[in-house]
Design a protein around this ligand. Structure first.
Ligand code: E4P
Length: 217
């Protein structure tokens, strides 16, 4: 399973990239707004840090302007993935770009039927939002089951990129289902390391070790 960082915070991306576990980055207009920086500068900088795909989301709602925005992003770096919303114009843009070999991430997916259309439009990634479905009382992970099953049935090449992740349980369940990618906030990535028994075990090992008076080096 690939792990993408869901962030537009350069310091955080730089720090976590040192772990060598970060396979890509996703951004969205809200994350760019939170960064307080110019979108083109931020995307270019993230692409210089991360070698994997970096999703840059268009903000236009019509196909023609989406294409113009996509071309601006594509001029920034080779590893830009164009992120488009799951609308009719977004899917038209996805098809036009993917036909030219451009990597496209179709975002704001909330149903299996939407995911089918994204795959048929040649998307490299589909981003179903599990957390936002949980927020309205549904089980977001059910959507991941459905999409993975459908994509397997037809051997669709589109990768399932689980988005709107709220905790480690979403990552683990997505991995069990067979999703290709999770995109997660820095806080959730750091939580992946944690277990109280690891902390307690290490504490007692180190205390017993100290008693021996030995040193390995
Ligand atoms: C990533 O591609 C999505 O934009 C992001 O995961 C949305 O997360 P949120 O629902 O926490 O805003």
């Amino acid at each position: 399973m690939k792990i993408f960082l869901d962030s537009a915070d350069i310091d955080e991306i730089r720090e976590l990239n040192k772990t060598n576990f970060i396979d890509g980055v996703t951004t969205n207009p809200s994350l760019i707004a939170k960064s307080g920086r110019n979108i083109l500068e931020v995307i270019e900088e993230i692409c210089s840090i991360i070698s994997g795909p970096v999703s840059a989301e268009v903000t236009a709602t019509d196909h023609k302007t989406m294409m113009l925005e996509a071309n601006k992003f594509l001029n920034l770096a080779k590893n830009v993935t164009i992120k488009v919303p799951l609308t009719s114009d977004g899917l038209q843009t996805c098809k036009a770009l993917s036909d030219k070999g451009v990597s496209v991430n179709v975002t704001l997916c909330f149903s299996p039927s939407q995911a089918i259309l994204a795959a048929k439009a040649g998307a490299s990634f589909i981003s179903p939002f599990v957390g936002r479905l949980d927020d309205i009382g549904q089980n977001g992970l059910d959507l991941i089951y459905d999409i993975v099953e459908i994509y397997n049935n037809y051997n669709f090449k589109t990768e399932v990129l689980v988005a709107s992740v709220r905790g480690v349980h979403h990552i683990v369940e997505s991995a069990k289902i067979g999703a290709n990618v999770v995109t997660i906030p820095a806080k959730t990535f750091k939580e992946m390391y944690n277990h109280p028994l690891t902390d307690n075990g290490l504490k007692s090992f180190l205390s017993d070790w100290k008693e021996t008076g030995q040193s390995i080096l």
